[in-house]
Design a protein around this ligand. Sequence first.
Ligand code: GTP
Ligand code: MG
Length: 301
Amino acid sequence: MSGGSIVKTPFHSGFISIIGRPNVGKSTLLNSLVGEKVAIVTPKPQTTRNRIIGILNLPDAQLVFVDTPGIHKPRTKLGQFMDKSIQDAMKGIDALLVVLDASKIASQDRSIVQDMRMMKVPKILVLNKIDLVHPQELLKPISDFAGAGYDAIVPLCARTGDGIDVLKRELISHLPEGPAYFPDSMWTDQTERQFVAELIREQALYALQEEIPHGIGVEILSMKDKSDEMVEIFANIFCEREAHKRIIIGKQGKMLGSIGKKSREGIEKLLGRHVNLQLWVKVRPDWRNTPEDLRTLGYAD
Ligand SMILES: Nc1nc2c(ncn2[C@@H]2O[C@H](COP(=O)(O)OP(=O)(O)OP(=O)(O)O)[C@@H](O)[C@H]2O)c(=O)[nH]1
Ligand SMILES: [Mg+2]
């Protein structure tokens, strides 16, 4: 007679950094993997400014993703902070996702793919935005990168989620056995205040054109519960010039009104309560090079 034994399925866990050029869809991929809106997404490059953690909890695994700013040459102290966020996100990780926009593979992408070979962790190359290319167009990058030292090449569409499950299974198969690092109810390490500031910045980025978006920062001045159903939020939008301030406010305050309305809708969804949002626009010339302003806006360690 043989006794029954309980075979415990192994639990896998690990930190996985998501890196790539600006605008390739890293934050969209993070949101899609986690199934929540963790990071803001806009069509403007350099949307993400700091390291953002998103956690996927599964019965057999906990995947901790680290979204990063797009790799670029820093030109301001803010840029240096973003660069450092990328460097920090590469430390102590268990796996790496290198993301490319399959519809626009450029020489910088090839350099990034090449540079990341030195990372001695499992690496997966993600060809994102496959909705924008004919399937046959994927054959060339797949064969070009086949010998690049990656453990897998996964084509997917972060926007629709097509191919995301393949990526999840692939990642789990490469992660070490280990414990959950965070409680299984947690899906990010960002505070409500940080989220709210990001949602306002997202709407400002959507509304504004040309060079203004890079000079936008959002400071939450206060968040107060007015009742069980109502939160009052005061926030400053920083910009770098009087001319930018005029554009952000718009004719008869129209632009600011629209940024405020859309931000409020996003914040209400996040908090599940009514929001009274008051926005002010402040000119801070060169805040991107001013350590005190960078601290105020949360771009400091
Ligand atoms: N068509 C298509 N667009 C996508 C896809 N994934 C992301 N995008 C779009 O690409 C743009 C950039 O997406 P983000 O997720 O902000 O890109 P990012 O790499 O995080 O950009 P940075 O934070 O600036 O480095 C947005 O307009 C997204 O909607 C996709 O699978 N298909
Ligand atoms: Mg991003």
